[in-house]
Design a protein around this ligand. Structure first.
Ligand code: NAD
Length: 304
């Protein structure tokens, strides 16, 4: 299959290169000329173990360009993997997504062949259908589900083990409201032999946020209980190791530390809390998860 990826950051670059390794032809698109230049010369645009080797190995199936329109014209399916940073109120900034959709829509206006657009960026549930889709339809003059396909395919890779996570995922989540889009994505991922789950588009978006919310909550819970262990003179490592042996709990993400950070957990939990508020839901536990996480580095410093 011929695939274009909009955004060559952690998610876009790794996903695109892994698709090429699975045998697909991939066009990587970014507004940043340095990233395009890097890929074009066989280098990785971001630091991620194993990525440069895969770029070199699959060089004949990977190209890179700033020309989004040409990329849409020459491919069958496009993944949008641009950033969705936090705004001051915690809600995500959709400007990169909507700009990319506007440009994709304009490119689709004159394209005769059927094209599928998949939102891979992490977006609040409802965004693909209620925000991205109307922009694509207006800019293209076409109707989603009939003239072009639309779907969601959230990404679960972790920075540092992104290539391995991408090529050996625990599961692939496909958000599709029509069987044609679901089948295209199933075929695309078939070479991985991974478990593929097809859900409605908005459910797939919610799965991604729920996954990060559960992991972040586990970290904050471990930190809160670990702080109590410290006061009681109990070794928290022993507690969490033994509790983690319970198959309902699992040892992953279950230890004390300075809290969760990185580019996703804080942003995604804040976005979920902010988005839920708009829908009339106060996510009290997740607000506490964030509060514990903000205090934890100070607790560790005072211990030191
Ligand atoms: N980084 C992670 O570990 C991770 C994991 C899972 C999901 N996600 C989600 O995936 C999305 C992307 O994350 P990332 O870490 O790859 O972001 P990033 O900031 O590293 O990369 C985004 C890229 O998109 C490019 N871009 C922006 N607008 C563009 C446009 N109109 N056309 C072409 N390129 C454009 C930027 O130049 C940048 O290179 C976010 O929604 C994030 O929450 C990230």
């Amino acid at each position: 299959m011929k695939i274009s990826i909009i955004g060559c950051g952690y998610v876009g670059a790794v996903t695109g290169v892994c698709f090429a390794d699975m045998g697909h032809e991939v066009v990587l698109v970014d507004v940043d000329p340095a990233k395009i230049q890097a890929i074009a010369t066989g280098q990785t645009p971001i630091y991620e173990p194993g990525l440069e080797d895969l770029i070199r190995k699959n060089r004949d199936r990977i190209s890179a360009t700033q020309d989004l329109r040409a990329a849409i014209e020459s491919t069958d399916i496009t993944f949008v993997a641009v950033g969705t940073p936090s705004q001051d109120d915690g809600a995500i900034d959709l400007s990169y997504i909507l700009t990319a959709c506007e440009e994709i829509g304009q490119a689709l206006r004159n394209k005769e062949m059927f094209h599928t657009v998949i939102i891979k960026s992490t977006v609040f549930p409802g965004t693909t259908k209620e925000k991205a889709c109307p922009v694509l339809e207006r800019a293209s003059g076409k109707m989603a589900g009939k003239d072009f396909g639309i779907g969601s395919n959230p990404e679960f890779l972790r920075e540092g083990s992104a290539v391995r996570d991408c090529l050996s995922p625990d599961r692939v989540v496909i958000g599709a409201d029509d069987s044609g889009t679901a089948d295209i994505l199933r075929d695309l991922y078939a070479p991985l032999g991974a478990m593929v789950l097809v859900t409605p588009v908005t459910t797939a978006e919610m799965i991604k946020y729920t996954s990060n919310a559960v992991l972040a909550a586990k970290v904050s819970l471990a930190n809160e209980l670990g702080n109590l262990c410290k006061r009681l003179g109990v070794d928290s490592r022993e507690v969490f190791t033994v509790v983690g042996m319970d198959s309902r709990v699992s040892p992953a993400f279950f230890r004390t530390g300075i809290g969760f950070g990185g580019s996703c957990f804080p942003k995604d939990v804040r976005a979920l809390v902010a988005g839920a508020r708009v829908h009339g839901e106060d996510l009290k536990i997740l607000r506490a998860v964030l509060e514990v996480n903000e205090e934890q580095p100070k607790k560790v410093l005072s211990l030191l």
